[in-house]
Design a protein around this ligand. Structure first.
Ligand SMILES: Nc1ncnc2c1ncn2[C@@H]1O[C@H](COP(=O)(O)OP(=O)(O)OP(=O)(O)O)[C@@H](O)[C@H]1O
Ligand SMILES: O=C(O)[C@@H]1CCC(=O)N(CCc2ccc(Cl)cc2)[C@H]1c1ccccc1Cl
Length: 320
């Protein structure tokens, strides 16, 4: 049926397939339903452009992937993972996939538009954020990652480049091509994928087999918390190998302006052994039934003053 789907997608004669979804009639979209505008950015296998839906004039981001390039680079798996994961996740702080379609040359993901770009740009612009701002964004991140893990998804490449900002300045986590759907044993024993050097957890560097990869997302949160406040990641060297050495030796220092609570929060996450890492109650990956909760993270004094139940309705504090 997949082949049929693909064939049907391409045939110009197929009448608009009515797709019944939860009682709502959503007509299958095609390229013709959108006007593609300015380029927002380029990925290794994709171009992201502004897309206006002709019928509703709603503005989205269209992530367009060239099929020939994907096949040549053997990245088909990443594309289908991104599609399946995005389709499954529905959360205010995660980029929403509204439509996915294809034509002969390309695949199209119609996504929420993150009008304020990457969190990384803002961190760089201010050389680090104030503590109230960093605290707010760490709280949004923790809610988004908790939701992902509770839905059996581990991102595996969390970093400020993949944390986008909507027009309301709330976060929109993107880039799920390298995510892992827990519980689905796709037969691949080794976790072939390892994230971005500065954010890779020590256990992933030591033993990919045994690493429970949820703990790696938490490690990345610790690195991001440090970076939001310091303006740079905790483990950064002139090359990847040196960076890995710093991670394995837990070699990092705090700049003087870090508060006691911020240092304590980050120290408790950047622990080499995931069994002693804050937020990583020990669980086996193979047991997706243990629904993780991030209460140990949320209850840390660093988050004093955060109203966890009202974050997505609140106005994020001004960056400065
Ligand atoms: N929903 C979005 N709204 C606005 N900009 C986006 C959106 N998604 C991605 N972008 C921007 O488009 C650029 C390309 O993103 P994309 O996810 O296609 O590739 P990437 O993940 O950045 O690169 P790579 O594929 O090499 O990891 C990035 O700079 C990103 O900031
Ligand atoms: O998973 C799906 O929803 C469909 C299923 C039918 C289908 O043919 N595709 C495209 C599969 C595919 C993936 C990569 C390349 Cl390079 C070419 C085709 C999938 C698809 C369609 C549109 C956009 C993305 C994807 Cl993965």
């Amino acid at each position: 049926s997949r082949a049929m789907n693909a064939a049907a997608e391409q045939s110009p004669f197929v009448e608009q397939v009515k797709v019944k979804e939860r009682g709502r009639e959503t007509r299958k979209r095609t390229v013709k339903d959108f006007f593609f505008g300015r380029t927002l950015g380029e990925g290794s296998y994709s171009t992201v452009v502004e897309a206006t839906e002709v019928e509703t004039e709603k503005i989205y981001a269209a992530k367009i992937l060239d099929k020939r390039h994907i096949i040549k680079e053997k990245k088909t798996k990443y594309v289908t993972i991104e599609r399946n994961v995005l389709h499954k996740l529905r959360h205010p702080f995660i980029v929403r996939l509204h439509y996915a379609f294809q034509d002969k040359q390309s695949l199209y993901f119609i996504l929420d538009l993150a009008a304020n770009g990457e969190l990384l740009s803002w961190v760089r612009k201010y050389g680090g954020l104030s503590e109230p701002v960093a605290k707010h964004y760490m709280a949004e991140l923790i809610l988004a990652v908790e939701y992902m893990h509770q839905n059996g998804v581990v991102h595996r490449d969390l970093k400020p480049e993949n944390i986008l900002l909507g027009s309301d300045m709330h976060i929109l986590i993107a880039d799920f091509g390298t995510a892992k759907l827990l519980g689905e044993n796709d037969g691949s024993r080794t976790n072939s994928f390892v994230g971005t050097a500065e954010y890779v957890s020590p256990e992933l560097l030591m033993d990919r087999q045994e690493a429970n990869i949820r703990g790696s997302d938490i490690w990345a949160l610790g690195c991001i918390a440090y970076q939001l406040l310091a303006g740079r990641p905790p483990f950064k060297a002139t090359n990847e190998y040196q960076t890995f050495q710093k991670i394995l030796k837990n070699e990092y220092e705090f700049p003087p302006h870090f508060s006691v609570h911020a240092k304590d929060f980050i120290r408790r996450i950047l622990v080499l052994d995931p069994n002693y890492r804050l937020g990583c109650c020990f669980f086996k990956d193979s047991d997706p039934d243990t629904i993780p909760n991030f209460d140990d993270l949320k209850s840390h004094p660093f988050f004093t003053g955060i109203d966890w139940s009202n974050l997505s309705n609140s106005n994020p504090p001004q960056m400065s």
